[in-house]
Design a protein around this ligand. Structure first.
Ligand SMILES: [Zn+2]
Length: 124
């Protein structure tokens, strides 16, 4: 069943979520940035010729700060819009019903839905 978390548990869960999101963000971003540099060095043939011929490291290095600023800015904006677009999950503690928050706060059983971030699951 779902039971309320203590303030301490809520705080540490929030912290852990924030940390793992940040780690995931940086890992994804650096994979993307690495791929970008890789393709700049290899160059593209055919359809994406616009990206041009392969470059050597001396050619790429001066562009790196600008590439970093632009792509990192875009990545942060994408990350923020992802978080803002995420719907809160709510749970009915009486019948364990889980749903996305759609503004209706009362469950069919008459109980109030509660933000899932404030509850934790324990075996009966
Ligand atoms: Zn219910």
């Amino acid at each position: 069943m779902w039971i309320p978390m203590t303030d301490e548990e809520i705080r540490s869960t929030r912290k852990n979520t924030a940390i793992s999101r940040l780690i995931a963000f940086f890992i994804l971003y650096f994979i993307f940035f690495g791929l970008l540099i890789f393709f700049k060095m290899v160059g593209y043939e055919g359809r994406y010729r616009a990206m041009g011929q392969g470059m050597n490291w001396q050619g790429i290095a001066p562009q790196l700060p600008m590439m970093f600023l632009v792509t990192f800015g875009i990545a942060v904006l994408l990350g923020i819009s992802f978080l803002l677009g995420k719907k809160k999950m709510v749970i009915c503690p009486k019948c364990d019903k889980l749903k996305k928050d759609d503004g209706k706060n009362i469950c069919e059983c008459g109980e109030n839905f509660i933000d899932s971030k404030l509850l934790k699951w324990v075996e009966d």
